[in-house]
Design a protein around this ligand. Structure first.
Ligand code: NIG
Ligand code: FE
Length: 416
């Protein structure tokens, strides 16, 4: 299948440098080409150029972009979209003054989702998750990481991960999966946290690996959840089975999770609402991607991560949605880029880099996804004509996406 997209006002996110990530001052620019065409062949971006020099192309399908902009699909490197039901009761509790930690302590939060997940069949979970998958596709996401972590028993963690595998097999979106058995201590193990960690290492990780269900391993390393020592133990166990780490760190406290992630070569450390200079220092010179989830800071009314400080220090940063029922019930990556600009003072170009190529890098996938590059997977979306790149986060609620292409094929969605 050969797809031609013509009359593109501007291609955004062009990168032929081969770089794995965009860091520091380089984040402020994105490669662009005005008045352009692009061809995707057998799922891969094969070429692009200027309309004034459009070669004769024998296309199976043609999209007329009508002067709209073409972006690489968002690469959302942190989600929990496989879950059962919803938690708006806790949303009301929060309105009435309880904190995320207080709700968790009362047995709400993650344990509430674990109870619901336990009661749901694999088919029902898949059905609910696919609604969210279709929703994020319609909002421009083309590569997504999905975590387990609402199972908290070997059987239910495997159930979640099998649902993630089924999404990967049946949806046009590209999926990477993460085992997050250490998301919370299961109800049956309350007061016996070290036994729970033993089970994660001795039983869950080998079982997950035996079915090849996870690319990565994650731990909620934070106050009231798992300690640095436990996190390190689980990272070591995961590494034995080829799972690189992606760590939840510094959401509730300066937890030591950032430094632990760096020490163990984690692919990313995520959240970072609490960051000091030492944590930024620890990240400099490492290959660990600091990943910020402003949707969670917004929804929980927390302080936002110090994005400016991190970029100005020379770091590459990524943005992700954290789509989950407790702290971020939205997978809208455009909204995430708007929050990054409005609340964290990231320029629109910085936010786009953080939500595309650096997001892909946080999944170890930036050689195949995250920019408009000859040879990369043809995952992209075309907008209506916009006056400039900045208009996208500025007019943050106006629907803009007109066409979505995944794996080189146009996708029919809720919006297009
Ligand atoms: O990334 N912080 C830990 N985990 C999720 C929230 C999970 C939940 O509340 O269900 C997060 O915010
Ligand atoms: Fe999360």
């Amino acid at each position: 299948m050969r797809l031609l997209i013509k009359n593109i006002g501007t291609i955004v996110g062009i990168d032929q440098s081969g770089r794995e990530r965009v860091a520091g001052a380089d984040m402020a620019s994105v490669g662009t080409l005005d008045d352009a065409w692009l061809v995707a062949e057998r799922g891969i971006i094969s070429d692009y150029g200027q309309m004034s020099r459009l070669p004769q192309i024998d296309a199976d399908e043609t999209i007329d972009a009508g002067g709209g902009m073409l972006f690489p699909s968002f690469c959302d490197s942190h989600t929990h979209i496989v879950y059962a039901g919803s938690r708006e009761q806790e949303f009301l509790d929060k309105i009435n003054g309880l904190s995320y930690e207080q709700i968790a302590k009362r047995g709400g939060g993650i344990l509430n989702s674990a109870d619901r997940l336990h009661a749901a069949s694999e088919d029902e979970l898949y059905r609910q998750a696919m609604e969210r998958v279709d929703e994020i596709i319609s909002m421009g996401t083309g590569l997504v990481e999905i975590k387990s972590g609402y199972g908290l028993s070997t059987e239910d963690e495997l159930k979640m991960l099998r649902v993630i595998r089924r999404i990967r097999e049946t949806s046009p979106i590209a999926v990477r999966s993460t085992f997050l058995g250490a998301h919370a201590v299961a109800r049956d193990y309350i007061g016996r946290q070290s036994e729970y960690v033993d089970m994660v290492c001795r039983e869950m990780i080998p079982a997950v690996a035996a079915e090849n269900l996870a690319d990565f391993v994650d731990v909620f390393c934070d106050k009231g959840f798992f300690t640095v020592e436990e996190t390190e133990r689980i990272m070591r166990c995961g590494a034995k089975y080829g799972m690189r780490a992606k760590i939840h760190a510094n959401e509730l406290d300066i937890s030591g999770g950032v430094e632990a992630g760096v020490r163990h070569g984690a692919l990313s450390v995520d959240h970072l609402e609490r960051m000091g200079d030492e944590q930024i220092e620890a990240l400099l010179g490492s290959r660990t991607m600091p990943t910020m989830l402003p949707g969670a800071a917004f929804f929980l009314s927390m302080s936002y991560p110090p994005a400016r400080k991190m970029i100005d220090a020379g770091l590459a940063v990524a943005l992700a949605s954290d789509y989950n029922p407790g702290s971020s019930p939205s997978g809208n990556m455009r909204m995430v880029t708007a929050l990054a600009s409005i609340k964290m003072k990231m320029t629109p170009a910085e936010a786009i880099n953080a939500a595309t190529i650096n997001g892909a890098a946080a999944m170890g996938e930036s050689q195949r996804y995250g920019s408009i590059t000859r040879g990369k997977v043809a995952n992209m979306f075309v907008t209506r004509p916009m006056p400039s790149l900045a208009w996208m986060p500025y007019a943050y609620q106006t629907p803009v996406i007109r066409h979505i292409v995944l794996g080189g094929k146009p996708i029919k969605t809720l919006q297009s």
